[in-house]
Design a protein. Structure first.
Lengths: 290, 405
């Protein structure tokens, strides 16, 4: 029983890590620009697809792990610059609708280019198989996902806390007017943050690819779960996204163990509960949505 | 008259006699068949296979001059794997596109919604989805036909074979919707009859990408056989995760059905030594003449062999054509009566027949085992057939059990 639970907690940790990667991008973008980015799920899907093709061309998963998120990030830059930027200063619904439509377009383009049939992305040879963690066998690749996500999070934290650009991003999300008054061009920061957020979604996609199956609609439910994570953590809060991502991962995993039928509903139950007790989420500040 | 003159006059005669006939055929309203399928989403690979099968059938019919001189047209619509959308698309096909028949449906719950529409509009429906309810009361109707196998038949056949050959301590993981639940129920019953033990079951929501949270518990229970009742893309994801948790070394893996489309998508390594039932497999062309003709048609048109579900839609369209020609009518009741009156046919797998009480098609099925890397034949030779189970009405519930008095 205890060993099974330990395995369950580890499994939940992996689920949580993917949630965290997705939620951080969403939360960064929302915190800074109050853009509810519904195309995030299709960026996730694109990460997996591009990963598949880079692996196909180069036969190198590690290279793909670097290139696919970068490509998705570049696409994110383009989306911010040419589609979202004209909508700043308008109501929060406008970018929401735009990104919602954009996600439908991206899914359709993927179907047209690569077909409606799914793909199978394999983990690199070195990471196949399972290792014994004391409580039983655990897939090597999933351990790798935990490690790589942790590294990315540390890197992101260092970037935000220790660099000048990070300082501007944090300032910009707290008081954009003041930052602008200091003579800083926030538009460039927004562009950069949207790119980073998209790249993180792409990274989540290529990391998830070898564990799940890759198909054009794979991001549709994932983006909803990621929004649940963001809402639970508090819209715009980075620590919130991390804590909530890990929490939701465990909720899914542990409820699956005891009552598999409730696993999906419980995620929303947790959200409802958090919203009842703390309407702006675990780490959220009130007022951002108004 | 010398030979050349004879040829010339007969050609001219044929032209004057024949062309008006062709002209008439083309001026006749085409025979239109609607085909709702989940063309996008996790079942897309199977739906694409089925689309190819239906188009191939229409092409073959048209090459022979159509059905009663009428050209056959198949119209496809995406049901998006959602019952409400399946119903809506079917309604549009019938009311706006004026289709006279519906052949299709893949997911059992969507197929039920399609059936509600065809019953309402008095359109004959040949279902190509695995479902128990479709041929049982209260859902079935005299103009509802069921070409595919159903969970009762597949799970009785596969379950019995697995219990006798692979082991009697099972864990069942199943998609929590019509097809999954029906298979789970039948498998549980079969295992009990075989004197086996069911260590546990795991229902999961259809369309899941993540199964990892279910797996440690199953591993700890140490079953001899893990029975996977996961369709579509779920099947690929589940096998990936089962392998990555090292479970394939600890237990045998079986499933009620193999789908060659997903074997191809997931790859040989994923499905190596996985056992499952299958309604048809292209290598049967070596044994069955109609299978050979079907495979050759598909190779010529698409450059790839048809899959197990392409076979259903191919056969479904050909059965509509056969029914129309027998009845000399497109009227649903007349066609249905004609099919029940001459129930045997063979379009791709040897003899099949419609049972009169429930319009269910009875047919042979096979048990296959995944070949594994290095043993495959070309891109699609992914299965070894290890057993053949001949068609038998006893594998299904009886007419009385299905509510047909």
């Amino acid at each position: 029983m205890l060993t099974a639970l330990a395995a369950q907690l580890f499994t939940g940790l992996v689920l949580g890590m993917i949630f965290v990667l997705l939620a951080i991008g969403l939360s960064l973008i929302f915190g800074l620009m109050t853009v509810v980015n519904f195309s995030h799920g299709s960026f996730y899907m694109l990460g997996a697809y591009l990963g598949f093709f880079v692996v196909g061309y180069t036969k190198n998963f590690w290279l793909a792990l670097l290139i696919a998120p970068l490509l998705v990030g570049v696409l994110g830059l383009g989306v911010e610059r040419f589609l979202i930027r004209p909508l700043y200063g308008r109501s929060i619904d406008d970018p929401l609708l735009l990104t919602f439509g954009l996600s439908a377009v991206i899914i359709e383009v993927v179907r047209l280019t690569w077909g409606k049939i799914g793909l199978s992305l394999d983990p690199p040879r070195a990471l196949t198989g399972a290792v014994n963690l004391g409580f039983g066998m655990f897939p090597t690749y999933r351990l790798f996902v935990i490690v790589i996500t942790a590294l990315v999070l540390v890197g992101l934290w260092l970037f935000l806390e220790r660099t000048n650009v990070g300082l501007v991003i944090r300032g910009g999300s707290r008081d954009p007017l003041m930052v602008r008054a200091l003579g800083i061009d926030l538009r460039r920061v927004w562009l950069l943050v949207f790119g980073i957020g998209s790249a993180l979604a792409g990274l989540a996609g290529i990391l998830a690819g070898p564990m799940r199956s890759v198909y054009a609609e794979m991001g549709v439910t994932t983006v909803i779960e990621s929004f649940v994570v963001v809402v639970v953590g508090g819209m715009g809060s980075l620590p919130g996204a991390i804590v909530a991502g890990l929490l939701i991962g465990q909720v899914v995993s542990v409820t699956t163990f005891f009552a598999p039928k409730l696993a999906e509903i419980n995620v929303f139950l947790v959200m409802a509960l958090v919203l009842l007790l703390r309407p702006s989420g675990l780490f959220g500040e009130a007022g951002l949505m108004e | 008259m010398n030979r050349r003159a004879f040829l010339a006059t007969s050609a001219a005669a044929a032209a004057t006699v024949g062309f008006p006939a062709i002209g008439r055929a083309q001026s006749k309203e085409p025979l239109r068949i609607g085909c709702p399928l989940p063309l996008t989403g996790p079942f897309a690979a199977l739906a694409a296979d089925m689309q190819r099968g239906a188009v191939l059938a229409a092409d073959e019919l048209n090459a022979k001059g159509g059905v009663m001189g009428r050209k056959v047209e198949v119209l496809f619509r995406d049901d998006q794997l959602k019952p409400a959308i399946g119903a809506q698309r079917t309604k549009e096909l019938i009311e706006n596109e004026r289709v006279q028949f519906i052949v299709g449906g893949l997911a059992a719950h969507v197929q039920m919604a399609i059936n509600e529409q065809t019953k309402k509009s008095k359109v004959l429906f040949i279902s190509t989805s695995q479902s128990d309810e479709i041929s049982a009361k209260p859902d079935t109707s005299p103009i509802t036909f069921h070409e595919a196998l159903n969970p009762t038949i597949t799970s009785r056949v596969v379950g019995t074979w697995v219990a006798q050959n692979l082991g009697k301590k099972w864990w069942i993981i199943y998609a929590d919707y019509a097809w999954g639940k029906q298979n789970n129920a039948v498998l549980t019953e079969v295992l009990k009859k075989q004197g086996g033990t069911l260590l546990g079951t795991t229902p999961y929501p259809l369309g899941s990408a993540e199964f990892s949270a279910h797996l440690p518990k199953i591993q700890a229970a140490k079953p001899e056989v893990l029975m996977n009742v996961a369709p579509g893309a779920d099947n690929v994801a589940l096998h990936k995760q089962v392998i990555s948790y090292g479970m394939k070394k600890e237990m045998k893996i079986a499933q009620p059905l193999h789908w060659i489309s997903y074997l191809k998508e997931g790859g040989a390594e994923l499905y190596q030594d996985v056992y499952g039932g299958i309604n048809w497999y292209w290598e049967l062309q070596d044994q069955i003449p109609s299978a050979k003709k079907f495979v050759e048609g598909s190779m010529k048109k698409y450059g790839l062999p048809p899959g197990d579900y392409a076979a259903y839609s191919y056969s479904g369209v050909l059965e509509v054509a056969r029914g129309v020609e027998l009845a000399k009518s497109t009227e649903a009741d007349a066609v249905a009566n004609a099919l029940r009156k001459s129930p045997t046919y063979d379009h791709f797998k040897g003899k099949q027949w419609w049972r009169a009480c429930d319009n269910k098609s009875f047919q042979d099925m096979w048990i296959g085992r995944g070949r594994g890397p290095g043993q495959t034949k070309g891109d699609w030779g992914l299965l070894d057939l290890v057993a053949k189970v001949s068609a038998n009405e006893e594998y299904d519930r009886t007419c009385a059990e299905k509510g047909h008095a």
